[in-house]
Design a binder for this molecule. Structure first.
Ligand code: RNT
Ligand code: ZN
Length: 418
């Protein structure tokens, strides 16, 4: 039986519940996932003065073939994108600027340093997102940036964030889709602080300065990303969830939730509905924290499905901006992108194929037996057959056949890199 034949049979199972499978696929096609460029080169970037990764995040592994030039990184992204169904976005960091061998400090970056990325995005039909890079730098060596006690250091990072928003605006103007410019800072303390308020006051004032200039939301959207701890900031993180949740609400910014940035039994899926009631939009960094904020490749686990269910059943596909954030250097990096992104999309399809209205009604009626029974039975509905058909329709490899492509690419390209 062909993929299409199997699909036709599977579709009937869903139709019994009034689920319009074709419509679900149409909806899925419209959902962009922002793919982080940094999986391709272990967050190294292309600065002339390359610094070691810092900021309390870490990449482990030495799988061969890492991209070391912008051309290689774009080529690898193209390979991954050819294996992922749908039209998506690419998320850049300031360290991915191209400055022609000239050292340009981060507070002096300009849109022109991202011209190659924009031209490439136009060619590929992609949107671009952006992040100022407030780590891997001597001015962040003590793990403090926007909340630093030294005003000069704060000023430097404020200037960097300001130019970053202009770069985001440039992306949005050129590509016709707003850039999400997300600020994440590593600031915190290894040991118990004697003053928690002052650093947070510095951060609040720094953000106010950064956002002082109005930028049209048609071109740029600002987000702030919180965290609970990092390596070297185990006892205190300045930009905590409460801090940014309050800041975002008061200042009409997007709160960005990274799934690795909460306590182990706290889930992002359970936060989305609350935030939807008070925020017009919110943003995600979907990651996989294994025991800590380890940024493993996203798998199709229960929490991923639950996140997608919360987005879909609350009709929030255009209010929750989905981005990915993982980095694994112990496996083929193109495969890592492909696996993680395909899983994100799969989970959205899974959610779109649930009888969400029926399930809500059962809860309202207090029919918890049927609610549990259906939620469980749908786990083994022929979801894979719908997914395969979607991949075929979108012109990307079906099932694990994408792996052959990656293996060929590894042999022909990645293993030849020195
Ligand atoms: C760090 C944050 C942040 C980074 C990227 C590289 O804990 O998750 O989003 O991973 O900006
Ligand atoms: Zn993140």
């Amino acid at each position: 039986m062909s993929v299409k034949d199997i699909f036709e049979v599977a579709k009937k199972d869903y139709e019994k519940w009034g689920i319009d499978v074709e419509k679900a696929l149409e909806t899925l096609k419209q959902v962009p996932v922002s793919i982080h460029c940094w999986q391709g080169d272990d967050i190294t970037g292309f600065e002339v003065n390359q610094r070691e990764l810092s900021g309390g995040i870490d990449v482990t592994g030495d799988y061969p073939g890492k991209a070391t030039t912008p051309e290689q990184l774009r080529m690898d992204l193209e390979k991954a994108l050819s294996l992922i169904p749908g039209k998506h976005r690419v998320n850049l960091h300031a360290i991915y600027a191209e400055t022609n061998g000239v050292e340009v400090e981060r507070d002096e970056l300009q849109p022109k340093h991202f011209e190659n990325w924009v031209n490439w995005a136009k060619e590929q039909g992609l949107g671009l997102d952006f992040n100022p890079t407030l780590f891997s730098h001597e001015k962040a060596a003590d793990g403090l940036t926007l909340a630093h006690p030294d005003e000069e250091i704060r000023k430097f990072w404020i200037a960097h964030c300001k130019v970053s928003r202009k770069i985001g605006e440039y992306f949005g103007r050129e590509l016709g889709t707003p850039s999400l410019t997300n600020i994440w800072i590593p600031d915190g303390y290894k040991d118990i602080p004697s003053d928690r308020l002052t650093p947070r006051k510095h951060l609040k004032e720094a953000l106010n300065e950064i956002f002082a200039e109005e930028i049209d939301e048609k071109y740029n959207l600002d987000a702030v990303e919180s965290k609970v701890f990092g390596i070297g900031s185990e006892s205190y993180v300045v930009g905590s969830h409460e801090f940014y949740l309050s800041y975002a609400l008061q200042n009409n910014k997007l709160c960005l939730l990274d799934t690795g940035h909460y306590h182990p039994t706290e889930t992002v899926s359970n936060k989305i509905s609350s935030m939807l009631l008070f925020n017009e939009k919110l943003a995600l960094h979907v990651s996989r924290p294994v025991r800590w904020d380890s940024d493993h490749v996203v798998i199709l686990d229960d929490e991923l499905k639950e996140i997608s269910l919360e987005i879909v059943r609350n009709d929030a596909l255009d209010r929750v901006i989905i981005g990915l954030d993982f980095f694994d250097a112990s496996i083929n990096r193109v495969a890592a992108w492909t696996i993680g992104t395909r899983n994100m999309i799969k989970s959205l399809l899974y959610a779109l194929l649930m009888p969400n209205e029926k399930l809500k009604k059962l809860q309202e009626e207090g029919n918890f037996t049927e609610r549990l029974a259906l939620l469980e039975e749908f786990k083994t509905y022929p979801f894979g057959a719908i997914w395969d058909y979607y991949c075929e329709q979108m012109g990307v490899p079906v099932k694990e056949s994408w792996l052959e492509e990656v293996k060929r690419y590894e042999e022909e390209e990645l293993l030849n890199r020195t």
